[in-house]
Design a protein around this ligand. Structure first.
Ligand SMILES: [Zn+2]
Length: 261
């Protein structure tokens, strides 16, 4: 039995990520928890993921459109109020459209002066350049607000979590593909990341999180370890999410601390 979640009506939470599926994998349970508690959750996704993020260098606009449809389904599964799916170039987020993306974030924050922000940390979860680019843009925008900077939270993952997910999937017969995202060394998740300071129990929202992850169907083939997880393993490995509060001057706020276990 999980604890009662406080009501968060009137709170605005902006979650900024790079590709459709980042939001669900990184912190889908927390976003669903926030939404269910009454917060107005907005997911801003920098790109349509038209290069399949990690699969190859070829731009595929049909894939981008397909992923936009998947993204809307994932956001609906999580109960998220608003999606801002931007068209910055997948694979080039660290150096392309820097000014435009910065303006997108800043405009939102100026229009929602009481918002809190969730995004990647400096490690981009597993040193993905696009994720690091999102971290850089968000941090620049937030810091530019000085004493009015919103509370800023970075998603993180302790090392050891992803290797255990992969181990559990392998035990059920999953074989890592030879290339692409899941051929990555799972130990790279959380490697050299700063330790988390906030732990959130999202077990009550694992069904929604899993539905959102699986809504990204173009990315979740048989190659994906989450398609091979037993329900108990899914609850175990998807049921806790980790964050670090950025140590920056700005407005006080405790939207994620209130969900802390
Ligand atoms: Zn991504």
């Amino acid at each position: 039995m999980t604890q009662a979640v406080p009501r968060l009506d009137g709170q605005v939470v902006l979650a900024v990520f790079a590709h459709p599926d980042d939001e669900s994998l990184a912190c889908g349970g927390t976003l669903a928890t926030l939404a269910a508690a009454g917060a107005h959750v907005v997911v801003m996704c920098a790109s349509h993921g038209e290069r399949g993020s990690d699969i190859g260098p070829v731009r595929n606009d049909a894939l981008g459109l397909e992923r936009a449809v998947e993204m809307r389904a994932a956001v609906a599964a999580l109960g998220i109020a608003e999606l801002r799916l931007l068209s910055h170039p997948d694979g080039e987020l660290r150096w392309a459209a820097v000014t435009d993306f910065n303006a997108d974030i800043l405009l939102f924050l100026r229009r929602h002066p009481h918002a809190s922000v969730i995004t990647f940390g400096e490690d981009g979860l597993y040193w993905h350049a696009d994720h690091i680019g999102v971290y850089e843009r968000v941090l620049t925008a937030v810091l530019s607000l000085g004493s009015e900077a919103p509370p800023l939270y970075f998603v993180t993952m302790p090392t050891g979590v992803m290797p255990e997910v992969v181990h559990a999937a392998k035990a059920r017969g999953w074989l890592p593909p030879r290339k692409g995202f899941w051929s990555l060394v799972p130990e790279s998740f959380g490697l050299h990341a700063k330790p988390h300071t906030i732990t959130i129990d999202v077990r009550a929202f694992v069904p929604q999180k899993l539905a959102a992850i699986l809504a990204h169907r173009s990315q979740m083939g048989a190659d994906h370890p989450f398609s091979n997880l037993a329900e108990a393993d899914a609850r175990r490995w998807l049921g806790t999410e980790f964050f670090r509060r950025a140590d920056i001057p700005g407005r006080p706020g405790t939207v994620l601390e209130q969900l802390c276990t």
